[in-house]
Design a protein around this ligand. Structure first.
Ligand code: MG
Length: 494
């Protein structure tokens, strides 16, 4: 892309965002934004051909933090009880190859919110892998967020919970398409108070005052430290209120729990709730929260026009032993590019519309933006470079997943690629701690349907698969414009 083309693209995106913001504020009539074609937004509730509802459906995305592939009953955990998530799986779709686009918090959330790999937005970095309270950066203004897209078509957008795409005013949810926000703007283990004197043991005896994290309402800090012992319950109360108040729709609710990221906290009602101990208590409270959200939709009579998605930002944080979750049969966890770091539960629930079952095809949180756009009938800007694909054919039972390939990045570097059932690791590295990156030529090759634990390298037997994947990598790199890091800059010391 030439400089002038690049400038034009940025200019266009900025105009689009500006329109979205004005629409969110009610300043511009929808007919003034013809490029978004929102004047044609259908309001008829009847079903169109192909099963799509003409009336734009509500969207609820429930996102856990550091929850592993193996942590739910419906994904095989033996002692964590998740009846409400199991109900989502039974009544909807349970995906077995659903991926976050990164193995740590900030980049995976950026990917969900933009439908783009974090290298394109600068929301990843090889040294500072996530944003911190002293970070100066955040999601760039020229990125089109899922909330901006849906707000442009008249959706009311609410964000509850962990944001982690920048805590300065210009980066907060309310500057990125959301009309309202309540939450801790970054990870719940940040702003750590040194005086606890416990070192690593602080996580085994967590107390609210050890982490001076803020709870924000829109752009204002309303509590500090946030009382994390009730945070899951209060996020859920807020979600239920949001659903009731916006029952006429359409709305987009992004409910991003801070749990089960360490330090682990749960409400008094969930103490000693689970056979799995503290971590299980936390998951079972999240499950109860899911139950309250589903019930609120049913009670409001809008469950038949609401798509609910459940997933997690990255795999379990294994260095915390019992305080971390489980990737089940998968290898590795948070921070790495083996399956346990990025393959996640993926549940889709929309009674009466979704085609129930277990889906073994590939999907990703990258796909939520284009899928939501398709379901709502919102055209995407022609010049928007997306890594996500529209999964609505699978959800509606009308076709196959367009996703054949998944790219696994660690920071700004491509480490592995899955294509079909095969995954090639060009580089491997321990998730955390000592041990640097190790390059592999030929790459390690695993057949994931036969060997989900990535134990048996079959590279020797499938040279043609390696060639095909190498060719996909070349093609991917040719079209890739790597953006400058948003994660490296720090605020001046106070
Ligand atoms: Mg996380």
């Amino acid at each position: 892309m030439s400089d002038s083309e690049s400038a034009r693209e940025v200019g266009r995106r900025v105009v689009l965002r500006g329109v979205a913001r004005l629409l969110a504020l009610g300043v511009v009539a929808t007919t003034l934004a013809p490029t978004l074609a929102i004047a044609d937004a259908p309001t008829d509730e009847s079903k169109a051909e192909g099963g799509l509802t003409k009336r734009p459906p509500n969207l609820v995305v429930i996102y856990a933090d550091d929850l592993g592939y193996g942590d739910l009953g419906c994904y095989g955990h033996p002692t964590i009880a998740t009846p409400h998530l199991d109900r989502m799986a039974r009544q909807g779709q349970r995906w077995t190859s659903f991926y976050s686009a990164a193995c740590v918090c900030t980049p995976s959330r950026a990917a969900l919110m933009t439908g783009r790999l974090p290298v394109r937005s600068g929301m990843c970095d090889d040294r500072r892998r996530v944003l911190f309270p002293d970070s100066a950066g955040g999601i760039p203004a020229d990125e089109l967020t899922l909330a901006e897209l849906l707000a442009s078509a008249g959706y009311h957008c609410g964000c509850i919970g962990k944001w982690h795409l920048g805590h300065l005013p210009q980066y907060l949810p309310t500057s990125n398409g959301f009309h309202e926000y309540l939450g801790i703007p970054y990870s719940n283990d940040m702003d750590r108070v040194a005086e606890s004197g416990l070192g690593r043991a602080i996580f085994k005896q967590p107390r609210v005052e050890y982490w001076n994290v803020p709870l924000m309402r829109d752009t204002t800090v309303i509590e500090r430290p946030a009382d994390q012992t009730t945070i899951t319950r209060r996020y859920t109360d807020e979600a239920v209120r949001f659903i009731r108040e916006n029952r006429e729709g359409p709305f987009f609710l992004y409910l991003a729990h801070n749990m089960p990221h360490v330090p682990l906290f749960r409400s008094p009602d969930f103490v000693d709730h689970s056979r799995r101990g503290l971590y299980g208590d936390v998951i079972e409270e999240i499950d109860a929260s899911v139950g309250r959200v589903l019930d609120a939709l049913v009670d409001a009579g809008i469950d038949d026009r609401t798509l609910v998605v459940f997933s997690s930002d990255n795999g379990p944080w294994l260095i915390f032993d019992e305080l971390g979750g489980s990737a089940g049969p998968l290898r590795g966890g948070k921070g790495g590019t083996f399956e346990g770091g990025m393959r996640e539960p993926g549940l889709f629930w929309w009674p009466g519309t979704i085609d129930p079952g277990v889906v073994h095809e590939l999907g990703s949180t990258l796909d939520i933006l284009p899928t939501a756009a398709a379901l709502a009938g919102i055209p995407l800007p022609d010049d928007l470079v997306l890594d996500g694909v529209d999964l609505s054919p699978v959800l509606l039972g009308s076709g196959a997943s367009p996703r054949q390939t998944m790219f696994y990045y660690r920071g700004t570097k491509l480490y592995a690629v899955r294509h079909g059932a095969f995954k090639a690791h060009f580089v491997t590295q321990p998730e955390y701690g000592p041990g640097g990156a190790e390059e592999h030529d030929p790459p390690l090759l695993y057949q994931l349907e036969h060997d989900p634990g990535e134990r048996y390298d079959v590279a020797e037997n499938f040279p043609e698969v390696i060639d095909a994947i190498a060719s996909l990598v070349r093609e991917h790199r040719q079209g890739l414009a790597v953006a400058p890091s948003q994660l490296s800059a720090k605020l001046p010391a106070e």
